[in-house]
Design a protein around this ligand. Sequence first.
Ligand code: SAM
Length: 182
Amino acid sequence: MKNLIKLEQRLIDEEIGSAGKLLDIGCATGENIIYFSQKCFEVTGFDLSEEMLKESKEKVEKLGLSIKLVKGNVCDMNMFKDNSFDYVLCMFTLMNLKDEVLQKQAINEMKRVCKLNGKIFIMVHNSDEGKVIFGDWFDKKFEYRIFNKDEIKNLIEGINLKIEKIDIVGEGKYIFSVCSKI
Ligand SMILES: C[S@@+](CC[C@H](N)C(=O)[O-])C[C@H]1O[C@@H](n2cnc3c(N)ncnc32)[C@H](O)[C@@H]1O
């Protein structure tokens, strides 16, 4: 898990500046919110799970960081105004949404809350074989939707976001995409 987080952070670091407002959708146990807060970004962590947010909160408080933590569903982020964030991260969270209608709603919401010329990062599991895998995240079992590159490309372009980059990474296991709101 640690290696995957490091990979995520390295890929994002290559694409972002040194400050700005950053929203981490599906922040889970807080690794990325802490990392980017310590790099001086103004960070909001967002997750559907009370349990995950509680874990994040404990870590954030222990470190004395100032990070907003918000509970909600990525498909309806009405608590955030339009054009609020410079960077929107959705790392291994789109895969929790099993049908295309929800996936499109989620990407639409990411676009809405992202500032003009801001960047949206979407990372998912990559495979041409099958549609669902079973994974775990800190002992909790999840059923994940998996994608291939064309499916992700079509989803993102269907929402009229510009794809700046879409790469297969992690020895073929993941798709990392960088999109901009134009
Ligand atoms: C695999 S974890 C993501 C981990 C983290 N983003 C990373 O890459 O290190 C998926 C997270 O998405 C959250 N999640 C699932 N469905 C969601 C939804 N509809 N809206 C917001 N968060 C959701 C889960 O509670 C979980 O914390």
